[in-house]
Ligand binder design. Structure first.
Ligand code: SF4
Length: 55
C-alpha cells in the first residue's frame, strides 16, 4: 500500500524534497501519487506533523 497524507498536513514542504521518486505534490494539503510511491517510508519519517502513514 502506498503512503498517504492525512488532514494533519500543514503543507510545510518538508517531505517533498525527501521523496526519492518525486511522488509528492504540493497543495493546500500535500498528496502522494500512489502509482509512483515505492513505500520506502522516508516521508513519514521526516513529517513534523506525523501526517503521513501507510494507507
Ligand atoms: Fe516517496 Fe517513499 Fe513517501 Fe512513497 S513512501 S511518497 S516513495 S518518500
Amino acid at each position: 500500500m502506498a503512503y498517504v497524507i492525512s488532514d494533519d498536513c500543514i503543507a510545510c514542504g518538508t517531505c517533498i524534497d525527501e521523496c526519492p521518486v518525486g511522488a509528492i505534490s504540493e497543495g493546500d494539503k500535500y498528496s502522494i501519487n500512489p502509482d509512483m510511491c515505492t513505500e520506502c517510508g522516508t516521508c513519514a519519517d521526516v513529517c513534523p506533523s506525523e501526517a503521513i502513514s501507510q494507507g
